[in-house]
Ligand binder design. Structure first.
Ligand SMILES: Nc1ncnc2c1ncn2[C@@H]1O[C@H](COP(=O)(O)OP(=O)(O)OP(=O)(O)O)[C@@H](O)[C@H]1O
Ligand SMILES: [Mg+2]
Length: 281
């Protein structure tokens, strides 16, 4: 489990400017095995928060614990990095080798994992992200979505407890985004890997266990997707929106209909509208 307690973080200020905290007292507990989506407009502190989860950044105030280990304790930094893997936005910056299987093996090799065990982990990780047929391919010839799945396989090969994806689908086309998201949901459901997904795509939050909304370095909303997304006007005030389904229901309600804003999946939304139209005939 990852826990932050009154976490404050301030980047070093530019000359002549007052430092302004990027995180202003964040209390958050992420349960093992959960799928948590973090939303918030640009500069709200999402990436800064995520970088505290694997000790890339250390608190200016408060504390962060990973399975009870304090991230400020240098003796446990490597263990924390092994337990919490990160995937970033640009797949090209995350590929380190010229052959897919060598790329996936890179991190466990650095950890000193025995060769036979590495073979097993690489095959397993590639299968887990649906890239089992590409072990000897050149990563730079793959699509963006395929590269991101290779990057995720590289993290899986470390056998982490948690994967943090910081806008990992932002540069992908809709199909690439769907494939990466499906791979991540599978890892969560079948292996119980905790997932923290930072995104600007509201639709990616629909199937999460929990949605956390950040604003100006603070958590301002925290709850189940249906609960958070039905608070349409609050989200608009934060410079955010709900998924298209809820925005449609909200728009129809403003036009005089009475639809439930909790129908966030496309199926539920369509059903709710069909029922309402049936009543109008
Ligand atoms: N390396 C840095 N040095 C100084 N200030 C920074 C640095 N990185 C981020 N900041 C500032 O910290 C605040 C939070 O930034 P952060 O990158 O965590 O936001 P974010 O929610 O991830 O935004 P985005 O959606 O654009 O990725 C912003 O005000 C930003 O300008
Ligand atoms: Mg960011």
């Amino acid at each position: 489990m990852i826990e932050t307690k009154q976490l404050i973080f301030t980047y070093p200020a530019e000359e002549g400017r007052e430092p302004s905290p990027a995180l202003r007292g964040v209390d958050l507990q992420i349960e093992k095995g959960s799928f948590v989506v973090v939303l918030g407009h640009n500069g709200s502190g999402k990436s800064t928060l995520a970088k505290h989860f694997n000790a890339v950044l250390l608190p200016s105030g408060g504390a962060v614990y990973v399975d009870g280990m304090d991230t400020r304790d240098e003796l446990v930094t490597l263990e924390i990095r092994r337990r919490v893997g990160m995937v970033f936005q640009n797949p090209d910056n995350q590929i380190v080798a010229n052959v897919v299987e060598e790329d996936v093996a890179f991190a466990p090799e650095n950890l000193g994992v025995p060769t036979a065990e590495i073979r097993r982990r690489v095959d397993d990780a590639l299968a887990a992200v649906g890239m089992g047929e590409f072990p000897t391919h050149a990563p730079h010839l793959l699509s963006g979505g395929q590269k991101q799945r290779i990057a995720i396989a590289g993290v899986i090969a470390m056998e982490p407890e948690t994967i943090v994806l910081d806008e990992a689908t932002a540069m992908l086309d809709p199909v690439g985004r769907r494939d990466v998201l499906a791979a991540v949901h599978k890892l969560n459901q079948e292996r119980g890997i905790t997932v923290v997904l930072i995104t600007h795509h509201m639709a990616e939050a629909v199937d999460a266990d929990r949605v956390v909304v950040m604003n100006r370095g603070e958590i301002v909303m925290d709850g189940a997707p249906a609960e958070i997304f039905s608070r349409v006007e609050e989200l608009h005030a934060l410079g955010l929106c709900s998924p298209d389904t809820v925005e449609l229901l909200y728009g129809l309600n403003r036009g005089g209909m009475d639809l439930p804003l909790t129908a966030i999946s496309v199926e539920d939304c369509a059903d709710a509208i069909a029922v309402a139209l049936g009543k109008m005939e």
